[in-house]
Design a protein around this ligand. Structure first.
Ligand code: FDA
Length: 305
């Protein structure tokens, strides 16, 4: 109920605008966002790298409706790839196709994706395509498949959401191709004819998909903060003797930091998804929706000021 309210609010431009003003004024956005500039973000990633943790950088922004904004986002990502290389930090990038213009025109998004992937090739980096709401799933997978055929798994990967009914077949297809797949539970509001409505069902499906991905030729990124899911992944890895260079764990910046360090210390490859930029409000709302305690934390801190 609260989750649905927050996710609805994340799609409301008025509320998103108010939250942005409040969050910037109070500084509370920093709980889940590394900073508003690349410089601040590079410093955050350096700290993670020092502790043996890798990063993937998300230049925040989504649902773009103006071609000029999509061009700016694409240039921003190409610049980001150059800055990653110049600074020597260990980080890939994560992008959203609606930020590159998918809602304006699929060809536009394809052209922008290609430009970013060409830059990634030149600079020896990797691009993960985030998965957005189910209205975009098929288009995102189609563009991913084209990019995968041209650039290969060393350069481009895709996210699959365990809450979607269709994901089992998608994971089977992508795993057989040996793709780089990040498995997460899914963060958007979806109707019950598209996604499992109950958390227990999503969790069960997450484990089922891990069982397909991990022993397959895919490279698997296990993206969750849920200890039960992590345990299941570790058991599957052990059972199938999956070697350490075929999988990694991923978590979000600001969520379960101790667990991130712990997994890294235990020798697992750990990557943190680090969002930055000024367009942080919709992302922030999704993080609040995931855990009511986060909302209480924000309200308490606002009243303390
Ligand atoms: P769950 O929500 O059940 O949480 C398990 C436990 O983790 C909680 O009990 C709590 O302790 C902790 N926790 C989880 N979220 C928290 C939060 N916000 N604040 C504090 N504690 C929290 N989604 C999507 O639709 N498309 C995408 O492309 C991505 N990409 C992505 C990348 C990476 C690296 C991660 C880790 C996640 C995503 N997601 C995503 C988000 C994902 O779908 C999901 O919404 C969140 O990861 C929360 O789900 P958990 O698996 O952590 O489980």
């Amino acid at each position: 109920m609260l989750r649905n309210l927050m996710l609805r609010a994340a799609a409301n431009p008025f509320l998103v605008g108010r939250l942005a003003t409040l969050g910037r004024y109070s500084g509370l956005f920093r709980r889940f966002i590394a900073g508003e500039t690349i410089e601040e973000t590079i410093a955050v990633v350096r700290d993670l790298n020092r502790g043996g943790i890798l990063a993937t950088l998300d230049q925040l922004g989504e649902g773009i409706t103006q071609e000029s904004e999509a061009v700016r986002a694409t240039e921003g990502y190409i610049n980001l790839l150059k800055r990653i290389r110049a600074s020597g930090i260990q980080s890939t990038i994560s992008i959203k196709l609606t930020q590159l213009g998918l809602e304006i025109d699929r060809d536009l998004a394809r052209r922008h994706l290609t430009c970013i992937l060409e830059a990634a090739c030149e600079l020896g980096n990797f691009v993960c395509i985030d998965m957005e709401g189910s209205a975009h799933t098929q288009a995102t997978l189609d563009l991913f498949r084209e990019a995968f055929d041209s650039f290969g798994r060393e350069r481009v990967g895709i996210v699959i959401q365990a809450y979607l009914y269709r994901s089992e077949q998608d994971v089977k297809d992508l795993s057989a191709l040996g793709c780089n797949i990040r498995l997460c539970k899914g963060a958007y509001m979806e109707p019950p004819d598209v996604a499992f409505p109950r958390k227990s069902e999503v969790n069960r499906n997450f484990c089922r998909l891990l069982d397909i991905m991990l022993p397959s030729p895919a490279y698997s990124a296990v993206a969750t903060h849920d200890d039960a899911m992590i345990r299941h992944a570790l058991q599957t890895i052990e059972r199938h003797r999956v070697s350490g260079d075929r999988y990694e764990f991923q978590m979000l910046y600001g969520v379960r930091r101790e667990r991130q360090w712990e997994l890294a210390r235990q020798g697992y490859r750990m990557r943190v998804y680090v969002p930055f930029g000024t367009q942080w409000a919709p992302y922030y709302m999704r993080r609040l929706a995931e855990r009511p305690a986060n909302l209480l934390f924000i309200v308490r801190n606002l009243f303390r000021r």
